[in-house]
Design a protein around this ligand. Structure first.
Ligand code: H2U
Ligand code: ZN
Length: 352
């Protein structure tokens, strides 16, 4: 069953935030005379003496990286949040309000290899990154000041990533930020009403409909959400309703590495380019409360629309009114589903 509104402008509700997205399927064919953005597939050296993330190199703050061989985590030298901020606030009547925010920022190098991306690393190496995310989440979440841990990656210059060396970031802070806060409220309301997690029931429905599934394994499913905003946006959901990475079994952590590998290879294959995106986990707050309503998931927000050089811009209408998309989520899922899970840059000799 396809969406009964697929030929007409319509709006869809985002289950996780309660917000709406405008879908205009008939516009997908409109002519394009705008910017052609070039994203060359550059070949990079295995080690770059100028890179501040490569093993053994000096960083901007004067610290020197160890000669790490797998993953490496360090405190961000230009952290947006600090633990030593004073507990201060400022208000002007009920009009203006500000509060000091304490927190910590870390950088996670995924690999010593300057030339790889997560999509090009093997599943065992991705699994080690999953382990680091998990232990970092446990460590940062156990600080009494920290109520939310945001693990994310900006990949590609187009997403504002400053360095091609494969890495992600973790920002951990005193309050629950806007996006996970909206999701907390939506998930709580649903859980209180039904006793099930919102994403557990949503996933069961998507598996039954089969329209928006991209790939799956025994523990995780990658799908284009019904309410996707970005053209090829995906949501990776655990089959078992767990609040965070901390509750995953060993087999589930392996399953997460496997689904990431397969999804990211598909993305690279879509336009035969190292696919840019911002991605990150949403998990239960680390505020000392039980969060049975929370269901671990990963959002992947890639900007590309039609080719390696044509991206979706979130501008006028989106900035002023609401998110809007042309390509339907069902069409995007069908395109991603058709792709190979063998990376387009894999040399035949390497796979043999
Ligand atoms: P991006 O992934 O968005 O490019 O960020 C890389 C981070 O690395 C950025 O937050 C940090 C920047 O502050 N960084 C260091 O901590 N040390 C350095 O020597 C350079 C960059
Ligand atoms: Zn490097």
């Amino acid at each position: 069953m396809a969406c009964s509104l697929e030929n007409y402008p319509h709006r869809r509700r985002n289950l996780l935030t309660g917000e709406w997205v405008l879908v205009s399927p008939h516009r997908a064919q409109r002519p394009w005379q705008g910017q052609l953005e070039s994203l060359p597939v550059a070949t990079r050296p295995v080690y770059d003496p100028q890179c501040y993330l490569c093993p053994g190199n000096e960083r901007a703050g004067g610290h020197r990286n160890p000669h790490y061989t797998e993953t490496f985590v360090f405190d961000n030298d230009f952290a947006a949040l600090r633990l030593d901020a004073p507990a201060a606030q400022e208000t002007f009547g009920d009009l203006l309000e500000a509060h000091a925010e304490r927190g910590l920022c870390r950088v996670v190098c995924f690999s010593p290899r300057h030339d790889l991306t997560l999509a090009e690393m093997d599943t065992d190496a991705i699994r080690r990154v999953v382990e680091v995310w998990t232990t970092q989440h446990a460590e940062l979440g156990s600080f009494p000041e920290i109520r939310y841990v945001q693990i994310f990656e900006n990949k590609g210059e187009v997403m504002g990533c400053s360095n091609p060396h494969p890495h992600g970031q973790i920002w951990a802070q005193e309050t629950i930020p806007n996006e996970p806060w909206k999701e907390t409220l939506q998930q709580q309301a649903y859980y209180n009403r039904t006793g099930n997690t919102l994403l557990g029931d949503y996933l069961a429905l998507e598996l039954r409909l089969g329209l928006r599934i991209v790939c799956e394994n025994a523990h995780f499913v990658a799908l284009v959400p019904y309410w996707a905003i970005w053209p090829f946006e995906t949501l990776v959901v655990s089959r078992r309703p767990v609040p965070s990475l901390l509750e995953l079994t060993e087999a589930e952590r392996q399953g997460l590495a496997d689904i990431l590998k397969r999804l990211l290879v598909r993305y690279d294959n879509l336009f035969q380019v190292s696919f840019p995106y911002s991605a990150g986990f949403h998990q239960a707050p680390t505020d000392g409360q039980q969060h049975p309503e929370w269901h671990l998931h990963l959002h992947v927000y890639p900007p590309l629309l039609r080719s390696a050089t044509i991206r979706k811009f979130m501008v006028g209408y989106e900035m002023l009114a609401m998110p809007q998309r042309d390509l339907t989520p069902e069409a995007a899922a069908a395109q991603l589903r058709r792709l190979s899970e063998i990376h387009f840059r894999t040399e035949p000799s390497v796979t043999a």
